[in-house]
Design a protein around this ligand. Structure first.
Ligand code: DC
Length: 231
């Protein structure tokens, strides 16, 4: 990162699986005309590359190599890995579980750091994941920690899967969410935790528009304060 890019505003949105980060981050980015980073997709891509090349999910050096060498193109809403469209493939539960495992490996996280920071382009970036506010963009202008109860998150995941024609069992989904949260929070490398300067937003009883409005209000207040202190 060079000195010039550090003035580009970043909104970091972190939180557990299925807390609505993707939907909210994309809507906020669209409203402000900012770029958007779905950092989880990078961990999912590493898991997919590993599956394609039969790399074991505990081979840290080989996984870090996949992370460094990923040939990825983000094109609108589509994602291409080595020229192949993988937009839907990386959303599978298997890829999610694989992503959570490779994400626990420090060498993989290091290999993806600069790639994520490169998304910081004018006029601004909305970045979502687990460590956007703590590790990747510690100087983000606004940090939001988006939560929702496990039950609400399981229901959202259930609905998403149903829309894709996948029949899932609520009890199994709830157990998998707990296991994923546990793995993402308990790991020693960049665990899922709220940044000390983040604002917590519980989305359980709120609609998408209300959450987006809240994030935009916080951003505008913060941006006005920063502009005021620079005058
Ligand atoms: O947000 P997601 O479900 O697409 O993320 C997939 C996995 O990647 C998730 O289990 C945790 C990991 N991840 C991470 O460790 N750090 C990030 N910034 C984003 C995702």
């Amino acid at each position: 990162m060079n000195a010039a890019t550090t003035t580009i505003p970043v909104i970091a949105i972190d939180g557990p699986s299925a807390s609505g980060k993707g939907t909210i981050a994309q809507a906020v980015a669209k409203n402000l005309g900012f770029h958007y980073l779905d950092s989880g997709s990078l961990y999912r891509l590493v898991a997919l590359a590993a599956a394609k090349q039969a790399t074991r999910l505990d081979d840290e050096a080989a996984l870090a190599r996949h992370a460094r060498e990923l040939q990825v193109i983000f094109d609108g809403g589509e994602i291409f890995l080595s020229g192949q469209k993988v937009t839907d493939a990386i959303r599978s539960e298997d890829c999610g579980i694989g992503a959570s495992r490779v994400a626990a490996l420090p060498a993989v996280r290091r290999a993806l750091l600069a790639r994520q920071q490169a998304f910081r382009q004018a006029p601004g970036l909305v970045a979502e994941g687990r460590d956007m506010g703590t590790v990747v963009f510690p100087d983000a202008m606004l940090k939001v920690f988006l939560t929702a109860s496990a039950e609400v998150r399981a229901e959202r995941r259930h609905k998403q899967l149903k829309e894709k024609g996948i029949d899932a069992n609520m009890r199994t989904l709830l157990r998998e969410l707990h296991e994923r949260d546990q793995r993402d929070s308990a790991r020693s490398a960049a665990p899922l935790q709220m940044a000390v300067d983040a604002r917590e937003l519980d989305s359980s009883g709120l609609g998408i528009d209300e959450i987006v409005r809240q994030v935009l209000d916080w951003y505008r207040q913060t941006a006005a304060r920063v502009a005021g202190s620079e005058r």
